[in-house]
Design a protein around this ligand. Structure first.
Ligand SMILES: [Zn+2]
Length: 156
């Protein structure tokens, strides 16, 4: 004789014996009915949907960020954009400093190591460009050439 009842293992009050029609039809199962009763299937689906919604709302933990070299920075043998660094160096040294001071500052703060000669050339090029752009000025002193920031009237 065919069974007319079935036990749902998921009912909130504990396993419950229910009429077979309380279970949805699942042809792949041996008895042709779902393992859980219709009410439990509905509740579990709502819970799963709510959990998925919550996951969507909670932003994922930030992934570790790979430090990118500053824009314009390319690897040795190519142009390296050290102009911002040169200006920072001059400011750090009180608004005027020698090329050697800028080179040592750049060596310390560039995100990648450059060959010392390459670094010196790069800083020299940056100084030239900044001078042409009238961002810096230079003057020969007894101790050597110094570079200083040049502010336009607008900046002051
Ligand atoms: Zn149930």
């Amino acid at each position: 004789m065919k069974r007319k009842t079935k036990t749902c293992p998921a009912c909130p009050e504990g396993p419950r014996v229910l009429p077979l029609r309380s279970f949805g039809i699942v042809r792949s199962r041996p008895d042709g009915r779902n393992l859980y009763c219709r009410a439990c299937v509905r509740r579990r689906m709502q819970e799963a949907r709510a959990a998925a919604k919550l996951r969507k709302r909670t932003p994922p933990a930030p992934r570790p960020v790979t430090v990118q070299p500053p824009s314009g920075f390319v690897f040795p043998g190519h142009r390296v954009d050290v102009e911002p660094l040169v200006l920072t160096a001059i400011d750090r040294f009180g608004g005027a400093c020698s090329q050697d001071q800028i080179v040592s500052f750049a060596a310390e703060h560039l995100p990648a190591k450059l060959h010392p000669r390459e670094l010196r050339d790069t800083v020299g090029n940056a100084l030239g460009e900044l001078f042409q752009a009238r961002s810096i000025a230079t003057r020969g002193e007894a101790e050597g050439r110094i570079y200083f920031r040049r502010f336009s009237v607008r900046d002051i």
